[in-house]
Every structure is written in structure tokens, then in C-alpha cells.
Ligand binder design. Sequence first.
Ligand SMILES: NC(=O)c1ccc[n+]([C@@H]2O[C@H](COP(=O)([O-])OP(=O)(O)OC[C@H]3O[C@@H](n4cnc5c(N)ncnc54)[C@H](OP(=O)(O)O)[C@@H]3O)[C@@H](O)[C@H]2O)c1
Length: 187
Amino acid sequence: MRIGIIGAGRIGGNAGRLFQEAGHEVFLGSHDTVADAAAFADVVMLSVPWTAVDEVLERTRPLGDKVVIDTTNPYGPGGVQDLGGRSAGRFNADRMPGARVVRAFNTLTSGFQADAAGRSGADRVVLFLSGDDADAKALVGGLIEEIGRRAGREPSMARSTAPRTRRRSSRRSVPAARSRRRRATTS
Ligand SMILES: NC(=O)c1ccc[n+]([C@@H]2O[C@H](COP(=O)([O-])OP(=O)(O)OC[C@H]3O[C@@H](n4cnc5c(N)ncnc54)[C@H](OP(=O)(O)O)[C@@H]3O)[C@@H](O)[C@H]2O)c1
């Protein structure tokens, strides 16, 4: 698969490296190459600071119905941005009409995601994802599993209000086996 990373920093750069190791063609895009990265890709990963999203989307249009993995969290001047009651995922999906947006890679810190990259089996961490398009979610879930994590599916974009609090983040970073046990006892 051809994956274009828009914002090859801590989150995007690390994910890009793992996708490449898993055998995918990866274009690491940054400032002057974001349009090339988007045009190259079957799957786009949007991983720039929240304050750069509008400008970047302006330069990468049209995204058509591409799958977009949205890692961004709504931090800007003064802290968490007021999105008028919309979740961050819904807010961004509305900025990319037609694109099949899946939020993922945004609930754990970049340092933890990099440190946990080598885990296997029951020690794999869970990366949660949400989105409205079932096929896109399945595709992104598959990519997550290919790079050695477990995909945890949230039902809809409406709940993708990350950033999480510190406490909740650490709860979600439990190894996969423990996470499964917890779900089995709470569902
Ligand atoms: N870091 C975390 O722990 C973490 C966790 C979850 C989610 N996130 C979210 O993921 C996103 C990326 O975070 P990050 O920590 O990976 O950020 P980062 O390390 O600062 O990387 C951001 C990338 O975007 C590029 N960029 C910045 N402004 C741009 C613009 N106007 N046009 C094109 N490229 C631009 C940067 O290029 P230059 O470096 O060349 O400027 C860099 O490659 C953010 O929305 C963040 O909220 C971060």
C-alpha cells in the first residue's frame, strides 16, 4: 500500500518507519512536500500540529475519498481548542468532505508509542481508532496490527474527543491481554 505521511514528526515519522518496515511504500512529507505525499498515497496520515491543519488541507486538496488517518489533537494557543461541541474527529472530518477519516495514533504519547514498538503477543499495546466508514476502519485496523499493535475499535467518531487525561491514557496503555480481560468483564 502507498502511505503518504503529512507531517513526518514524532508521531508521523515513527508510524511511517513502522509502515515501511511492514513492507509498505511510504512518502514522508513535510512543509514543501505535503501535496506530493497526499497525491502519492492510497492512505494519507495527517500528523501536523492542529494549528497547521487548515493550511495543510488547503495544499493537499482534493483528497477525494482517500482514507485519512488523523492523529491530530486539538491543542493550540491557550491549550485545548473550543470545537463548539464537536469531537475533534468530527471537526476534522468536516474539514475533509468525502475523505474517509479514521482517528488513530492520537491517544498515546509519541514517546510511549516509539518505546512500545517492539512489543509482541499479549504485551502489544492497544491503539484505539474511530471513524464512520467501516471499510476504512478495517483497513486502518489492519495496518495497526501489521505494525505490532492491537487495534481497539470505538463505535463512532462522536466519541473521539481526545486528548485524553493523563490517567485515562495510562489506563488505555495496558497490554492487550489485560485490556481484553477488562472488556470481557465490563461488556
Ligand atoms: N507527540 C505526541 O505525544 C502526540 C500524541 C498524540 C497525538 N499527537 C498529535 O499528532 C500531531 C503531530 O504531533 P507530533 O508530536 O508528531 O508533532 P511534531 O513532532 O512537531 O511533528 C509535526 C510535523 O508536522 C510538520 N509541520 C508543521 N507545520 C507544518 C505545516 N504548516 N505544513 C507542513 N508540515 C508541517 C513538521 O515539520 P517541521 O518539523 O519541519 O516543522 C513535523 O514534521 C499533532 O496534532 C499532535 O497533537 C501528538
